[in-house]
Design a protein. Structure first.
Length: 386
C-alpha cells in the first residue's frame, strides 16, 4: 500500500466531518530489534522505528462532542461526552484516543473540549509492530496541537504508555512508545529500561529489515508471559539481586548453582540477552553488520532453547533464513509464543527471496506468513497544520 498524502487525509476528513482538519500528526510502528524480555528485568533493548505509520487528523469540535473515525473501521463513533468507562465491542479501538485525551489531564496538559478525529494507517494491526503505540502518539500530538501545545519525546512516550496501561488496560513496557517517539531514520533507539534512559545508535538508513508474521498466537499467551515474568523475579531473588540485569554473564555463571535447572535457563537468557544488546550497539557503532546479524540469530537460539518462548513455526523460519547468503541474521521479535520473525539482510535480498522463504516455510494449503519489508524511520511528529 502506498502511504497516503496529507491532501488525501485532509480530503477524507472533509468527506467524513464536512470541514477541514486543523492538524495531521504521524507516528511510526516499531520492531524490537534485539532485547527479548529484558525490559522488566531492568535491562536494555534496541528498537527500530519503521516506515509504516498511523496518521491522525483532528479538528476542534465546537459542540464539545467527540467524533472518532478510523479508515479501517466501519463508521463514525459519536460521543456527546467522555463515557468515563472502557468502551467494548466494535468501538473499543476508541479507548486508545480517549485514553490519550484523559491522559493529557493526568499529565497536567491542556485538553481540547471536544474533537473530530480521523485515523489512517498502513501499519498492520496486531502484527507485533505496535500500531497501538503509534495510534497513541499520533493522537497525543494532534490533540495537543489543537490547544497550541506540544510535548518532547520522553514525555510523549510516557503519556502514550500511561494511556495504554491505565485506560486500555494493557500492561506494556516502554519499548513501543519509546521507540515510536525517539526513532530516527538511520538510527536505532537504545532504551535502558530502568530510567528509562533513551539514546540512539547508528544504523545504515538503507539496511533492509524483513518481517515474517506467522499470525499464530498461543492460546495461553497471557499466562505464559506471567509465568516467565515470575520465573525471572524468582531467579533474581534466589541470586540475591533486585533484577537479573544487575548481573554480568560471568557473575551469573559463578552463582548459577543456586538455581533450579529451569530458572538457570531463564536467567542465562536474560543476562546474556542483555549483554547481546550492548554488543549489538557496539557492533553498530563500528559498522559491523555481520556481527550484528550473528547476535540476532544468537538471540533467537537463546529464546528457543533457554527462555523457551519460541514456537516450531518461528524456529522453522529462522532455520530457513539463517543459511541464506543474503541474510545477516534472524530472530523472533516481540514477546514470543507466536508472532513474527525479523530478519536483517543485505541489500541484495529481494522481495522474491522473501516470498520464496515464505513459500518453503508453508507449502500450500498452509497459510504462508505475511511478509513486510521495512526500513528505519523518523519518530512521531506533527506533519501538517492548517
Ligand atoms: P499492536 O500494537 O502490536 O499492533 P495491539 O493489540 O497492542 O497490537 O494494538 C492493536 C489495537 O490498536 C487494535 O485492536 C485497535 O484497537 C488499535 N488500532 C491500531 N491501529 C488502528 C487503526 N488504524 N484504527 C483503529 N484502531 C487501531
Ligand atoms: Mg500494541
Amino acid at each position: 500500500m502506498r502511504p497516503p498524502t496529507t491532501q488525501e487525509i485532509s480530503a477524507l476528513f472533509q468527506r467524513t466531518y464536512g470541514h477541514a482538519p486543523t492538524v495531521i500528526a504521524r507516528a511510526p510502528g516499531r520492531v524490537e530489534f534485539i532485547g527479548n524480555h529484558t525490559d522488566y528485568n531492568g535491562g536494555a533493548v534496541l528498537g527500530a522505528a519503521i516506515d509504516r505509520y498511523v496518521w491522525v487528523a483532528a479538528a476542534p469540535n465546537p459542540a464539545g462532542r467527540f467524533r472518532l473515525f478510523s479508515a479501517s473501521g466501519p463508521s463514525v463513533l459519536e460521543l456527546p461526552a467522555d463515557p468515563g468507562t472502557r468502551i467494548t465491542g466494535s468501538g473499543s479501538w476508541a479507548n486508545y484516543p480517549l485514553g490519550v485525551w484523559r491522559s493529557l489531564k493526568d499529565f497536567n496538559l491542556p485538553q481540547p473540549a471536544g474533537f473530530d478525529l480521523l485515523v489512517v494507517s498502513d501499519l498492520p494491526s496486531g502484527a507485533g509492530l505496535s500500531s497501538s503505540a503509534a495510534l497513541e502518539l499520533a493522537t497525543a500530538l494532534a490533540l495537543l496541537a489543537l490547544v497550541g501545545g506540544t510535548l518532547e519525546a520522553g514525555r510523549l512516550a510516557a503519556l502514550g504508555r500511561h494511556a495504554e496501561n491505565k485506560y486500555v488496560g494493557v500492561p506494556c513496557g516502554i519499548l513501543d512508545q519509546g521507540t515510536s517517539a525517539h526513532g530516527r531514520a538511520g538510527q536505532l533507539v537504545h532504551i535502558d529500561c530502568r530510567g528509562p534512559v533513551f539514546s540512539r545508535v547508528p544504523f545504515p538508513a538503507s539496511a533492509p529489515l524483513w518481517i515474517f508474521n506467522t499470525r499464530e498466537k498461543h492460546a495461553l499467551i497471557d499466562g505464559l508471559y506471567a509465568t516467565r515474568h515470575r520465573e525471572c523475579l524468582d531467579a533474581a531473588q534466589a541470586l540475591g539481586v533486585a533484577l537479573l540485569a544487575d548481573l554480568t554473564p560471568a557473575q551469573l555463571a559463578s552463582r548459577e548453582k543456586k538455581l533450579t535447572p529451569v530458572l538457570a535457563k531463564r536467567a542465562r537468557h536474560i543476562v546474556e540477552e542483555n549483554a547481546r544488546v550492548h554488543d549489538t550497539a557496539d557492533a553498530l557503532q563500528r559498522g559491523d553488520l555481520a556481527m550484528v546479524g550473528r547476535l540476532l540469530t544468537a538471540s533467537h537460539r537463546s529464546s528457543q532453547h533457554l527462555f523457551e518462548n519460541s514456537t516450531p513455526a518461528l524456529d522453522a523460519l529462522v532455520n530457513l533464513l539463517e543459511p541464506h547468503p543474503a541474510v545477516l541474521g534472524a530472530r523472533l521479535t516481540g514477546g514470543g509464543f507466536g508472532g513474527a520473525v525479523m530478519a536483517l539482510t543485505r541489500d541484495i535480498f529481494t522481495e522474491q527471496d522473501a516470498v520464496e522463504i515464505a513459500r518453503r516455510y508453508a507449502a500450500p494449503p498452509a497459510r504462508p506468513p505475511e511478509v513486510i519489508h521495512l526500513q528505519s524511520a523518523d519518530g512521531a511528529t506533527v506533519l501538517w497544520r492548517g
